[in-house]
Design a protein around this ligand. Structure first.
Ligand code: MGD
Ligand code: MGD
Ligand code: SF4
Ligand code: MO
Length: 580
């Protein structure tokens, strides 16, 4: 029997009964520092009971209390926030049915990768790209806006001995370990993609057969002068020419990092980067996320084939809507919004002032759980059955629990709350295994007995569409905040093992304390000089987003969002520094 790590991670490691990583490709018998520490972590910092306003209660009492609050309100002012804390189909997707049947507001699930999914889909029909087996067919790689060494360890393992080119805004760990790197100005990736394509056209190296309107692309590309491309990217034309040559000669696989979707011009950048392999005649020449290529009907699992939310609130705008009093009730699971959302200090303020009723269902005392009105204990992935997919490889895995259940599962909670609210819709009571079978078309008995099955990748057909091409690219001002994964944490998780680190702002020239200030707020932070960071860049690990005073860094991030998938622009510019 096997189980699978359900964390938000490319790799979705598969483990045996003793929690040893399986030696199947591409897991290859090893795991990360979190995978290693999972068993030890399972007993630490756990929520072991339900709580109302800090007082221990039974789950039944807590649900009575929550249902009274729900009955008092309009659908539009209630929101469920769920994201990828656990990627299991039975933990994340299926339990959303209650909220969709009730018709409360939903988020747009945009915080992480939506921008790139939508941008690539417009050209290719789907964002699906190379699977692990395809990686093996390439001898060179361009790693564009991704700290692969930390964020994608099994991907890195497949490519580490091959030729790698990194495009980043600082000398990342991945850059240090690669054969070549190019540092560009934050948010200028769209210009670099234009520059590369321009050189390919100019030198007659472009292959146009896969594109529906190559001439349209060419005239668009040639509307940008070399001077403009140099000015925006900070690279010289000789360097861009060299990169174009490398692209032509080596025909690399381009790994497009999710992080790009959260930068200024992010969707446009991903859109244009994705066209480079097409211009070299490669149908599958990039990897972004393969979740759209697995044939899983996520909408069915969430009940969205039958019901729709009363409204969609962009994840970029939740903080703002709370401030404006438009949201007065939040139910969250699988997510730590205080850590992850823009203007997240508005959540704290509104709860303190009694303007927002906050419920958190989580296995661990996350920052958000600590301030919630009602807290509910959830089992970890080691304590409940689930079915897990990966956004890189194509195994669908049956997660068999290793330990007895603690707390209440997301499905049990959904059904108990539905009974309290007298919601009787069949969707809520549909057998979850039947729902899995319908959504994945995989035989559940076979899945359970074999542990995992391979899904067949699904690719769209037809020409790659050149349109839409970005009409206007934004100018980026210094200072820009940029983030990367940290090897010992997954987003806000694993502080109980690896410690609660404060936000340190790595930069080119200042050691000391001070403030970061934007139109949305001010936070006191520590600064540290680092030679790998160019001027104009403020770098922080995305797992260390709280100050020592407990204020979230995201307090200073506004509600700007991408135009394709609505992804919040987290890599904001025009940040002022006050030194003290
Ligand atoms: N260990 C670990 N692994 C993780 C996670 C984790 O927290 N820890 N998180 C998971 C999740 S949720 C995600 S979304 C993925 C993210 O995985 P990746 O997509 O690899 O993103 P990051 O690790 O955030 O690294 C982003 C890189 O982009 C660079 N960058 C920032 N701005 C720009 C820009 O404007 N242009 C260019 N070219 N580069 C830029 C940063 O300097 C950084 O090196 O990783 C997953 N894997
Ligand atoms: N400033 C800034 N903000 C960012 C980012 C950034 O780079 N910079 N990155 C963004 C990205 S890429 C992402 S993906 C988000 C991630 O943002 P978060 O939502 O903060 O992600 P996690 O830390 O993974 O938190 C998920 C929560 O789910 C809980 N959880 C885990 N397993 C289960 C389970 O089985 N059941 C339940 N009920 N809960 C569970 C965890 O304990 C944790 O509290 O943050 C985004 N926010
Ligand atoms: S976080 Fe990623 S690398 Fe670590 S155990 Fe989970 S799937 Fe594997
Ligand atoms: Mo993410």
């Amino acid at each position: 029997m096997v189980h699978a790590c359900t964390r938000d991670c490319y790799d979705t490691c598969i483990f045996d009964d003793d929690h040893k990583p399986l030696n199947v490709f591409p897991i290859n018998g090893f795991t990360c520092s979190r995978g290693i520490a999972d068993l030890k972590r399972n007993d630490k910092n756990r929520i072991n009971s339900a709580y109302i306003e800090g007082k221990e209660v039974t789950i039944d009492e807590a649900l009575d209390y929550i249902s009274k609050e729900i009955r008092k309100r309009d659908k539009q002012e209630m929101l469920h926030i769920d994201y990828d804390g656990n990627q299991g189909l039975l933990t994340w997707y299926f339990p959303a049915r209650l909220w969709n049947v009730l018709g409360v507001a939903s988020t747009d699930y945009s915080i992480c990768s939506a921008e790139g999914h939508e941008a690539i889909k417009l050209h290719y029909g789907s964002s699906v790209g190379a699977f692990p087996e395809d990686f093996m067919n390439f001898n060179s790689f361009v790693i564009w806006g991704s700290e692969t060494v930390f964020s994608f360890i099994h991907g890195w393992n497949l490519i580490k001995d091959k030729y790698k080119i990194v495009i980043d805004v600082r000398i990342s760990e991945t850059a240090k370990r690669s054969e070549k790197y190019y540092l560009i100005k934050p948010g200028s990736d769209a210009y670099l993609a234009i520059g590369i394509m321009k050189k390919l056209f100019e030198r007659g190296l472009a292959s146009t057969s896969l594109l529906d309107e190559p001439e349209r692309l060419k005239s668009y590309i040639f509307s940008f002068s070399d001077d403009v491309i140099e000015e925006y990217t900070g690279l010289r034309m000789e360097e861009i020419n060299e990169l174009a040559e490398l692209y032509y000669e080596k025909k690399p696989l381009t790994i497009i990092g999710f992080a790009l979707g959260r930068t200024i011009n992010g969707g446009d950048s991903i859109s244009l980067i994705s066209l480079i392999p097409a211009l070299l005649g490669m149908r599958v020449g990039f990897y972004y996320s393969n979740s759209q290529g697995l044939g899983i009907d996520f909408k069915y699992l969430r009940g969205l084939h039958k019901y729709s939310p009363s409204r969609i609130v962009g994840m970029a705008e939740i903080g703002k809507e709370i401030e404006e009093g438009k949201i007065t009730f939040i139910f969250t699971w699988n997510s730590n919004p205080l850590h992850s959302l823009p203007m997240s200090d508005r959540i704290c303020e509104a709860v303190k002032e009694g303007r927002l009723f906050l419920v958190v269902h989580d296995p661990f005392w996350s920052e958000t759980a600590k301030i919630a009105n009602v807290v509910l204990p959830a089992p970890t992935y080691l304590e409940k059955e689930d079915v897990v997919y990966s956004y890189w490889h194509n195994y669908l895995i049956y997660n068999k629990p290793m330990f007895p259940k603690r707390g209440i599962t997301e499905i049990e909670l959904m059904r108990m709350l539905a009974r309290k609210l007298e919601v009787n819709d069949d969707l809520i009571y549909e057998d979850e295994w039947l729902a899995i079978e319908r959504a994945t078309r995989v035989n559940v008995n076979e899945l359970k007995s074999r542990g995992f099955v391979k899904l067949k990748p699904k690719y769209p057909e037809g020409k790659i569409k050149v349109e839409p091409l970005p009409s206007k690219l934004n100018k980026v001002n210094e200072y820009v905040i940029v983030y990367s994964s940290h090897p010992n944490y997954t987003n806000s998780q694993f502080k109980e093992i690896y410690g609660n680190r404060e936000a340190i702002i790595f930069n080119s020239d200042y050691d000391g304390e001070g403030y970061l200030v934007t139109d949305y707020g001010k936070i006191r932070v520590k600064f540290k000089k680092d030679v790998s960071i160019p001027r104009g860049v403020l770098f922080v690990y995305k797992s260390t987003l709280f100050t020592l005073e407990g204020k979230p860094l995201n307090s200073i991030i506004g509600y700007q969002k991408g135009k394709y998938g609505g992804t919040p622009i987290l890599n904001i510019d025009s940040v002022k520094i006050i030194r003290i």
